[in-house]
Design a protein around this ligand. Sequence first.
Ligand SMILES: Cc1cc2nc3c(=O)[nH]c(=O)nc-3n(C[C@H](O)[C@H](O)[C@H](O)COP(=O)(O)O)c2cc1C
Length: 172
Amino acid sequence: MKQRVSEAYRLLHPRPVVLICAGEKPNVMACSWITPVSDEPFMVAVAIWKENYTFKLIEEKGEFTVNVPQPELLEAVWTAGTKSGKDVDKIEICNLKIRRAKNVNAYVIEDCVANLECVVKERVFAGEHVVYIAEVVDAYAEGFEKIWKRKILLHLGGRDFVTFGEPFRPKN
Ligand SMILES: Cc1cc2nc3c(=O)[nH]c(=O)nc-3n(C[C@H](O)[C@H](O)[C@H](O)COP(=O)(O)O)c2cc1C
């Protein structure tokens, strides 16, 4: 018999974790509630808790970057997801290499395997989160082969992570 679960969001995990970078003085936060929502134009939806410093930064500029980490960046991801830019400079304490994005007023994280530059088009208030629908105006990665074959850092919820390695395809 099925039982009622308390942290029901975990039923929709594991999910890929990304690092959201926003702000003129850049800040980084971990985010696993992100999904593609349109291919043409390419758009993503990102759920940001209203108490996060990142919420304030995205409200100010309407632009941010999505940076895809490999599992080796787990410690930085955990720091980015458990400390606030209100209190500490996470870019510095995580020793992350950054540079200005090409098309948006934000920074990208060079240590990550892929970077997506995003411009907010709409926002929806959803409980304690705000869902930003953003157009990806530019995206780049360290070679498609590499990104396709990489191990992905997935968040199970809480302190739990998992990674899957070997890609496979359906036969038909
Ligand atoms: C793996 C992981 C995933 C997270 N996903 C989200 C998310 O999707 N949305 C969100 O608002 N916060 C998420 N968080 C929490 C924020 O990263 C956390 O509140 C962070 O301290 C916010 O930083 P900031 O105040 O500098 O913006 C996540 C945390 C972790 C560890």
